[in-house]
Design a protein around this ligand. Structure first.
Ligand code: NAD
Length: 471
């Protein structure tokens, strides 16, 4: 059992004023593995005050100094890769290969921010004006549980690169992972107060960050519902916001696609991170005259998807993060059946041979219409919908007929055609015949998938305000 009793304020590990204890679980077994003592409103206020004090000096630090800090943080997080990978598996249930990638990613985002900063010019001339990019102030960084360390390090890296100081509120469900990352970041030896990490509830610590006049900027990753709440609360003080929210990403399999490669890739896109991914490709659009072929291949490929013990190297789908999340996914599977979708693979209940833990059967529904609940709402579990289309135009209409716009996938043997369609899809990122990631390209959503972009130069500028100086 792990007991986490400290939060990180002003460069020191301190006991929170909050007294609530929150239980932590291993989702692969359902067993309790520890407890975290949560921060409360007072702790959030203390953290904001510390970050505000640190801002005066830090905002004037040189680029070189900040590059050095980011490199030190990168080295410190890189050094905990093993411990962090283990905690990600234990507390979140990510399959080992995914957990390893997540731990490496948490370190590499710090290095990436250092590279962006090296090449960034904070001053440019426009006509007779000198335009300088000025750090916004104290940033509130609110993160979810589905890639805890990566979101903490990614948001912090961009904020610090810009010269902002930060208060981070990670998900209360990721407290063990957070404590490991916090220790590493502390060892990097940045000035006190530059970053503060307060694990607490969204309704308390998160709400203070969204409302407090000394928070200039909120960068939030999480659900669309909470994102809207933060936007409303933040409007009182006209906070700058970056919101990275939900998705219902389409996977367009074009009629010229080689189905033998397209179908496995579509399943990988759908089941990534055990389906708990905002960018998961959950609506698979297929030409109606190839439906039979696609269905046969889907059944064949789905049977190969191994679900179970996340420490097993062959496992592709691990458990849902919590019992609540498991119930939510079960409810959507039930809704799919009730609304008349055809169950191609998976279904309700635990996977065969599994008796404990919050595992879901990787589920594929076919003959889904884009108006069904399972095609409209984000499920956040391994549940996919196959939707047919008659023409390319109809495929595009269905792809864009969603409140979301985070990511889209196009699978085709004709790159020019795929590129042409990509230009007509309303999504922040379109992947053509690949599941690759470009860490320096902007990431974020159209429509209700969010506001603003993270990573690379766009992500850095999200923490800066332009100022024109004329003389
Ligand atoms: P969530 O919105 O419930 O919580 C996210 C964070 O917000 C947590 O730290 C939570 O404590 C906090 N929070 C909750 N209520 C709050 C409030 N009233 N004020 C301020 N903060 C509050 O989301 P979750 O369940 O942790 O994560 C899953 C969601 O995140 C999914 O909808 C998923 O699509 C989304 N997500 C988006 C991206 C992206 O980059 N677009 C990435 C990962 C996850």
């Amino acid at each position: 059992m792990q007991y986490i009793n400290r939060i990180y304020i002003n460069g020191a590990f301190v006991t929170p004023h909050g007294e609530e204890r929150f239980n932590l679980f291993n989702p692969a077994t359902g067993q309790s593995i520890g407890q975290v003592r949560l921060a409360n409103e007072q702790d959030a206020l203390d953290a904001i005050a510390a970050a505000k004090r640190a801002f005066t000096e830090f905002s004037h630090s040189s680029k070189d100094v900040r590059i050095d800090y980011l490199k030190r943080m990168h080295a410190a997080v890189e050094a905990i890769e093993e411990e962090l990978t283990d905690a990600i598996i234990e507390e979140y249930g990510a399959p080992v290969s995914r957990a390893r990638w997540m731990a490496k990613h948490a370190a590499s985002v710090l290095q990436d921010a250092a590279s962006v900063l090296e090449n960034y010019n904070f001053s440019r001339r426009i006509g007779i004006a000198e335009v300088v990019m000025q750090p916004l102030g104290v940033a509130g960084l609110i993160t979810p549980w589905n890639s805890n360390a990566g979101f903490i390090c990614g948001k912090l890296a961009a904020a610090l690169a810009a010269g902002c100081t930060a208060v981070i509120k990670p998900s209360e469900m990721s407290a063990i992972q957070t404590s490991i990352v916090t220790r590493a970041l502390h060892e990097a030896g940045l000035p006190a107060g530059v970053f503060n990490i307060v694990t607490g509830r969204g309704e308390t610590v998160g709400a203070v960050l969204s409302a407090h006049p000394d928070i200039a900027k909120v960068s939030f990753t999480g659900s669309t519902a909470v994102g809207k709440m933060i936007l409303r609360t933040g409007s009182e003080t006209l906070k700058r916001v970056t919101l990275e929210l939900g998705g219902k990403s389409p996977v367009l399999i074009l009629d010229d696609a080689d189905l033998k490669t397209a179908v496995p890739m579509a399943l990988q896109a759908g089941f990534m991170n055990s389906g708990q991914a905002c960018i998961a490709g959950t609506r698979i659009l297929v030409p109606e005259d190839r439906l039979n072929e696609v269905e046969a291949l889907m059944i064949q490929e789905a049977a190969k998807v191994q679900v179970g013990n996340p420490r097993e190297p062959a496992t592709a789908v691990g458990p849902m993060v919590s019992h609540k999340q498991w119930e939510r996914v079960q409810r959507y599977i039930q809704i799919g059946i009730e609304e008349g979708a055809h169950l191609l693979a998976g279904g309700p209940g635990l996977p065969e041979g599994i008796t404990a833990g919050w595992f879901v059967r990787p589920t594929i529904f076919s003959r889904v219409t884009n108006q069904m609940t399972i095609a409209r709402e984000e499920i956040f579990g391994p549940v996919l919908s196959i939707i047919t289309y008659a023409t390319e135009e109809e495929a595009l209409t269905i792809a864009n007929d969603t409140p979301y716009g985070l990511q889209a996938y196009i699978l085709s043997s004709n790159p020019e055609r795929a590129r042409r369609l990509a230009s007509r899809i309303d999504a922040g990122r379109v992947l053509i015949n690949t599941l690759a990631h470009e860490p320096l390209a902007p990431f974020g959503g159209f429509k209700q998938s969010g506001i603003g972009r993270e990573y690379g130069t766009f992500g850095l500028e999200a923490f800066l305000e332009p100022k024109s100086i004329l003389s």
